[in-house]
Design a protein around this ligand. Structure first.
Ligand code: SF4
Ligand code: SF4
Length: 148
């Protein structure tokens, strides 16, 4: 299910020029109703449920269904960010609430090394990933076609 703004919790980001959800949505789906100062998802069919707006909203106003691979179908999930973790509140269809806390990345913005520091083989025709075999802790990789 796409993101849904709970108008009771949305404060319009306190009338900033651009709300947090508008800033973060890669599809430019979030808009602010200037008369009510409540945001909403203007085209739910285009929402790919990336969770960006859900996580950035400072008032936890945006709800979204959790993917079935981490909570049962139909459960709504709401994150609460802190400096080093995210607390996810999961509301199950029967009303049960559970909370899970996960650490977040501590790498400073713009300092992530895409390859993780591994020197790789940039041969695009190779069947192995760029960082392999070193990132797997092996010296070589065997494929269906033999030794890569
Ligand atoms: S980020 Fe949250 S509080 Fe801010 S406008 Fe969007 S839904 Fe409302
Ligand atoms: S879940 Fe992602 S795509 Fe959907 S409205 Fe939020 S930021 Fe945009």
């Amino acid at each position: 299910m796409p993101s849904y703004v709970n108008p009771d919790k949305c404060d319009g980001c306190k009338a900033l020029d651009r709300t947090a959800c508008q800033y973060i949505c890669p599809n430019d789906l979030m808009v602010l109703n200037k008369s009510t100062m409540k945001a909403y998802n203007q085209d739910v069919s285009m929402c790919w449920e990336c969770y960006s707006c859900v996580k950035i909203c400072p008032t936890q106003a945006i709800e979204i269904r959790g993917y079935a691979d981490f909570v049962p179908m139909g459960a709504a999930v709401t994150p609460l960010r802190s400096t080093d973790s995210i607390m996810w509140t999961v509301k199950f269809r029967n009303g049960t609430l559970k909370r899970f806390k996960f650490p977040i990345r501590s790498t400073a913005e713009g300092t992530a090394v895409p390859s993780g520091g591994f020197e790789g083989d940039s041969d695009l025709d190779s069947p192995v990933l760029y960082t392999e075999p070193a990132s797997l802790g092996t010296k070589e990789i065997f494929t269906f076609n033999g030794n890569a």
